[in-house]
Design a protein around this ligand. Structure first.
Ligand code: SF4
Length: 329
């Protein structure tokens, strides 16, 4: 067996950290194809790993793309190139997972489906040879009807999309360019295909006021989505928010670490402090998830006792974290 310390000295993959002192963050977005084996999933299965959108307890995470082709300046992945696993390489992992009896996957790619020339053959093969159900992140700008049709045929049950704000044009200052039309089209198609949608929102970006945040929360309540994830803007490693927080002295540690949590994990902004933001986020969670109509819809979409158990456990855990966890979220 090769010594892991020596392997880490040999490997130098852009966007992948193999040594503590290695700087993996830069602005190079040239796609890289990389084939590098896959995890020993049986070890995770024994631990009873859970995922909020899973419908089965025999569940595994697979990655077909590291980094991201997009460059939203509030995100660490904006500084990592897209590193793509060739679809033939992913098949080997899917076969291995089938042999282990795994029924459900989460594709942990930041934007599943990119590039189409790699994801289309992957999805076609999945529909023909495998019987997985899966969930994944999708970027609204990569959406096409054909992508969603192939995803549905391959077993997609839930997608997670970054809506981030009700005011999409305001996100251009963070280099995020998402068209409202794409989100609207994507939501219509997902509904037609009976694919669940979770939308991510960011509360408290640097320019935002209390009114902006309330507008985003109200927008989330009106969208035809199944789940909403309300996140407080954080100074993530490699992000412009972190750089400015260091320059203004808001952050006392440097830009060298990849750790984002702890007491300085979230900061608030010049218009609204962290405590207020946290209250607004918690209120948004209650408003979204504890609507009677929402709870009835969730129950009606529950496909089995196993699914009910997972959903109940996740709901309980979310409410516990929201109201009883003191650390920054
Ligand atoms: S926010 Fe999403 S789309 Fe933007 S850089 Fe990060 S991972 Fe990519």
């Amino acid at each position: 067996m090769r010594d892991i310390k020596n392997i880490s000295k040999e490997i130098d993959i852009p966007g992948v950290c193999t040594r503590q002192e290695q700087n993996i963050l830069d602005n190079n977005k040239k796609p890289i194809y990389f084939q590098g084996g896959f995890p020993r999933h049986e070890l995770f299965l024994k631990k009873g790993y859970r995922f909020p959108f899973a419908r089965h307890l025999k569940f595994a995470t697979v990655t077909t793309l590291w980094g991201c082709p997009f460059s939203c300046s509030y995100c660490t992945d904006s500084k990592m190139p897209p590193i793509i696993r060739p679809h033939n390489d992913v098949f080997k992992e899917l076969q291995y997972l089938t042999d282990l009896g795994v029924k459900e996957l989460f594709f942990a790619d930041k934007t599943f489906g990119y590039p189409h020339k790699n994801s289309f053959p992957l999805l076609e093969e999945m529909a023909l040879k495998f019987k997985f159900q899966f969930s994944c992140y999708v970027h609204p700008q990569t959406y096409t009807p054909k992508l969603f049709e192939l995803m549905k045929a391959a077993g997609c049950k839930t997608i997670i999309i970054g809506v981030d704000s009700a005011n999409l044009p305001s996100l251009k200052q963070y280099n995020r360019k998402v068209m409202k039309q794409n989100i609207d089209n994507l939501l219509i198609k997902a509904r037609q295909l009976d694919i669940n949608v979770c939308a991510d929102f960011i509360l408290g970006l640097e320019h935002e006021t209390e009114v902006d945040i309330k507008t985003t929360i109200n927008y989330a309540l009106k969208l035809p989505i199944d789940y909403a994830s309300f996140n407080i803007a954080a100074p993530l490693p490699g992000s412009d928010i972190r750089q400015r927080a260091i320059e203004t002295g808001q952050l006392s540690f440097g830009n060298e670490g990849l750790d984002t949590f702890g007491s300085q994990g979230v900061l608030g902004n010049k218009n609204i402090d962290y405590e207020k933001l946290k209250k607004m986020r918690n209120k948004a969670i209650v408003k979204f998830y504890l609507r009677p109509t929402y709870l009835i819809r969730r129950l009606m979409k529950t496909s089995s006792l196993e699914h009910f158990y997972i959903q109940f456990e996740e709901m309980f855990s979310m409410m516990k974290k929201t109201f009883f966890t003191k650390k920054a979220l």
